[in-house]
Structures are given as structure tokens and as C-alpha cells.
Design a protein around this ligand. Structure first.
Ligand code: IPE
Ligand code: IPE
Ligand code: MG
Length: 269
């Protein structure tokens, strides 16, 4: 049977989509959007021109993910370290860009039935930005399709510290730590990502082979796909190529390869 191509894919996307198994799509994809500065530098432009160009990449990636029915997409937009270590002018530019994105994109998010969420130490962001974020979240809150989560002022270690605090708080309110069941499930419920399954696939653009403090707990068994493409050049078709690569991988979760597993269970019986 010929697979049906989702509406809205362009010719190149459709070509890659036909190579995919629609029954084995990742349920949650996380993306480290990197390389904006290098993209700008190559064009002899200021770094912020790279951030501005990256908005089109976000739009294309988000729409394609929604069209092929990825249930959750999480984008690392900026880290707590970016916030603390980059020049104020660059941080201010990113804040402005985020506000404009949130205002502009709500109609597109609604058209694609996408619900917007955030992770990170959001209360440390400028109040005007928080207000825009909340408005966009509210405006998309009844959508039932893909969940788009933006990581803003995010640090995985801070998230784990905040989870510890939240567990201790909950214990204090419920008769002390002795009465508290602490296991992987309960830790997960205290993370910012409590609304999400763990990512199956993490994509990093611009060729860097590191996680840069992104979702350290949640990525325990994620497949890692690094592409040399710089973020401002990344489009929906590249997302689909990442999914194609993901589908070639064999996930073991500490077990054995499928054919070895067959032999092992025979040997045991
Ligand atoms: C990623 O691009 C965007 C953010 C971290 C906000 P960079 O700004 O890190 O670009 P490079 O790594 O310097 O090329
Ligand atoms: C990671 O990129 C953070 C985001 C993409 C938002 P960075 O460019 O900040 O990471 P490093 O500095 O290369 O580790
Ligand atoms: Mg970078």
C-alpha cells in the first residue's frame, strides 16, 4: 500500500517522508538549535542576524513536525548560561525576537493545532517577556495536536536542583521525607517536563557533539543525531532526515540486540 503523504509537505519533504515508517515515528523530539553565530559570521553579518534568520528555521521545523504528527517537539531556545554569559545586547535582542515570535506565530500554531509550553527558570525572565509568553500559552491552551515546548533560561542541572527542592517541599507538606516514596517516576513528576514523555531523539545542529546542559535526566536513552547544518539553514526536510536516521538505529535500553535476544532466550529455556 502506498503511504499517504501528509498535507502541506513540499516535494523534498514528501520524498524523505516516503522512506519513513509512519508507525515508528519518535513521540518526542528535542532539538539543540545551534550555529546561528557561525552562520552570520560566514556572511560577515553581526551574530544577531543569525538569530533573526533562525526564526524561519523554527517555523519550518515546527510546521513539518506537526504535519507528520510528531506528538511532542522541544526546542532549546536559550540556556541559563547564554542568559548569564552573553553580552546584554545579544540577550536583549533574543528577548525581543522571542516576543515578536510569540506574537506572530500564535495564528500559525492555532492553524496547526499546536499547544505551546515552556521549561526553564521562567520567573527569572523579564516580566514583559513572561507576560507575552503567558498570553501565547493561553491562546493555544485548548489545542489538542502537537505540544511545542520552548526551553528558555533552561539548565538541566538547575531543573534537577529545582526538582530536589520541590520533592523536599512536598515532603514537608505531607508528613516528612519518611512518608515519601522516591523513585524514577516521582522524580520525573517533579521535573519541568512532567507534561512530556522522555525524548526518543535529540538533534543538534552545527556539528557540536555535546549536550550543553540540556535535558540530562530525560535524554538517558535518547538517540543522538548531530548534523553539520547550521540552525539558520535547517528546515523541515532536515528534521525528516533526522527521523530517517533514527529509524535505522537499534534501541537496546541495556538489553541485547534483537537476534541475540532470540538466541539468549533459547539458551535459557
Ligand atoms: C544558537 O546559536 C542560539 C543560541 C544559543 C541562542 P549560537 O548563538 O550559539 O551560535 P554559535 O554557536 O555561536 O555559532
Ligand atoms: C546550546 O548552545 C544552547 C542552545 C542551543 C540554546 P550553546 O551554543 O550555548 O552551547 P555551547 O556553548 O556550544 O556548549
Ligand atoms: Mg552555540
Amino acid at each position: 500500500m502506498q503511504a499517504t503523504i501528509p498535507a502541506g509537505l513540499d516535494r523534498k519533504e514528501a520524498e524523505v517522508y516516503l522512506r519513513l515508517d509512519p508507525n515508528r515515528l519518535p513521540k518526542h523530539i528535542a532539538i539543540i538549535m545551534d550555529g546561528n553565530g557561525r552562520w552570520a559570521k560566514r556572511r560577515h553579518l553581526p551574530r544577531v542576524a543569525g538569530h533573526r534568520a533562525g526564526v524561519a528555521s523554527v517555523r519550518s521545523t515546527v510546521e513539518t513536525a506537526a504535519r507528520v504528527k510528531i506528538p511532542s517537539l522541544t526546542l532549546y531556545a536559550f540556556s541559563e548560561e547564554n542568559w548569564k554569559k552573553r553580552p546584554k545586547s545579544e540577550v536583549d535582542f533574543l528577548m525581543g525576537l522571542l516576543c515578536r515570535y510569540l506574537k506572530q506565530e500564535v495564528p500559525t500554531l492555532n492553524k496547526n493545532n499546536i499547544r505551546l509550553e515552556y521549561i526553564g527558570r521562567l520567573h527569572e525572565l523579564p516580566p514583559v517577556v513572561q507576560k507575552k509568553m503567558e498570553e501565547a500559552r493561553q491562546a493555544t491552551s485548548t489545542n489538542t495536536g502537537m505540544v511545542l515546548t520552548l526551553a528558555l533560561n533552561y539548565s538541566a542541572r538547575s531543573e534537577i536542583v529545582d526538582a530536589f527542592r520541590s520533592i523536599v517541599d512536598a515532603a514537608a507538606r505531607n508528613g516528612g521525607l519518611d512518608h515519601m516514596e522516591i523513585d524514577e517516576e516521582s522524580v520525573s513528576r517533579h521535573l519541568y517536563t512532567r507534561h512530556l514523555p522522555d525524548p526518543d531523539l535529540v538533534i543538534r545542529t552545527s556539528g557540536e557533539m555535546r549536550l550543553s546542559n540540556f535535558l540530562l535526566w530525560q535524554l538517558a536513552y535518547a538517540e543522538i543525531y548531530v548534523t553539520p547544518t547550521l540552525w539558520p539553514e535547517f528546515r523541515g526536510v532536515h528534521l525528516l532526515e533526522g527521523i530517517a536516521e533514527y529509524q535505522k538505529r537499534e534501541r537496546r535500553y541495556g538489553g541485547l540486540a534483537d537476534h541475540d535476544h532470540h538466541h539468549a532466550s533459547k539458551a535459557r529455556s
